[in-house]
Design a protein around this ligand. Sequence first.
Ligand SMILES: NC(=O)c1ccc[n+]([C@H]2O[C@H](COP(=O)([O-])OP(=O)(O)OC[C@H]3O[C@@H](n4cnc5c(N)ncnc54)[C@H](O)[C@@H]3O)[C@@H](O)[C@H]2O)c1
Length: 415
Amino acid sequence: MSKKKKDWKTEKERLLRLDREDRRKDYRRQDYIPLDKIPTWREENKSNEKEDGKEQTGGGGLSEKVSLYKGDITVLEVDAIVNAANSSLLGGGGVDGCIHKAAGSCLYDECYSLNGCETGKAKITCGYDLPARYVIHTVGPIARGHVGTSETDDLTSCYQNSLRLLKEHGLSTVAFPCISTGIYGFPNEPAAEIALNTVKSWIEENPDKITRVIFCVFLETDFNIYKKKMSVIFQDNDMEVTEEQLKGDNTPPDSKPKEESEESSSRGKEEAGDEEEDDNDAAGNEDVEMESQNPEEMTGSPDPNQEKENDENENQDKDEDAGADNDKAEAKGVDDEKEKGEDKDKALPEEEPPAVKTEEDDKAESTVEMEDVSEVNDTGTSNGDEMKDHVESSEDPDSNLTDSIQSKDTDEKKE
Ligand SMILES: NC(=O)c1ccc[n+]([C@H]2O[C@H](COP(=O)([O-])OP(=O)(O)OC[C@H]3O[C@@H](n4cnc5c(N)ncnc54)[C@H](O)[C@@H]3O)[C@@H](O)[C@H]2O)c1
């Protein structure tokens, strides 16, 4: 007897009315990670400081509002996770495929009702079977290794529009994947610069609207890039950045001897200040070799069925579907080959279409095999604490729907 298909509107109304304890019974996966199990960037450094016998004085602020987490975004119990989607919003592979598989078929049905999404813009849906209450879908630029003005602007808009939707829905905790750095080929380093600087500026403008932004990385490459950059961009008032740190080694600043010169530590601060002034030049306009995207081994151990209450306040539930658009993408009048091919406003056929393979995905040709997330262990935090994380392939009929979507996405990326 096949499972009765749920109506997404009814399911969304029901879920958004539940409190956290009741919602937890509906999570498709019980190895979810609650927010209080994810240390802030400041706590990470404080614990390292303690290990080195150093006292933490003053500091705080921005570094208490961000976290670096390495693992599967679909297990994070936050108000919203951000999906690196394509313009159809009908699923695909990579993080998009994982989110659709973990959320269930109601996510596809609600996405279908949104009639797609343009590059740089964002739309929000319910999280359904996910531990995240909402999913914010944003479409990153297809960079294919090239970082120009339009790619930089589009990726910046993805973060800005996602945070705007978060605020409009009264939500305060969010997790971002590394948008566009997979099949869309945005080089990892400039993408991280854009992500970190855009989020930092937004938190500075909306300090009371955000509790936590989690940078959820999946690859070791991104983990090392974010760790190095966060030590500079989100340093505590009392955390000094050493010469080597500025040159780019990966050791967190506080594990360096404190006797660096006044000048180098002030230079560290100046550099952070400069980044604040030039946020939009974060990536510059140079062609950057795209780093390998081969997923790397990760190990860790989960803390399943965490019962401990989150101290986070239950946010006001709003159940309208925001499709609020930002006109920046139209206004910028960027004439890109990727824009021409984009079927931005293509009306989707009445009956539910078979899995859609968009022209964008064709363009972002790839021989990259879809990441195998059937069994992935991850390190969950940036201080090396091990958090094992199983991404199980669900056996129930819902996943067949997403699988069929994913099977249409194979071999998208050219070498
Ligand atoms: N990667 C693939 O093989 C593949 C295939 C078809 C479509 N897609 C997707 O790719 C397009 C978007 O490209 P994109 O580069 O923005 O996205 P992406 O290809 O999913 O890569 C974005 C980033 O997410 C990372 N990632 C993958 N799985 C997870 C996970 N479970 N949790 C956290 N992070 C994860 C991935 O390593 C990369 O750093 C869309 O069409 C979407 O459907 C990906």
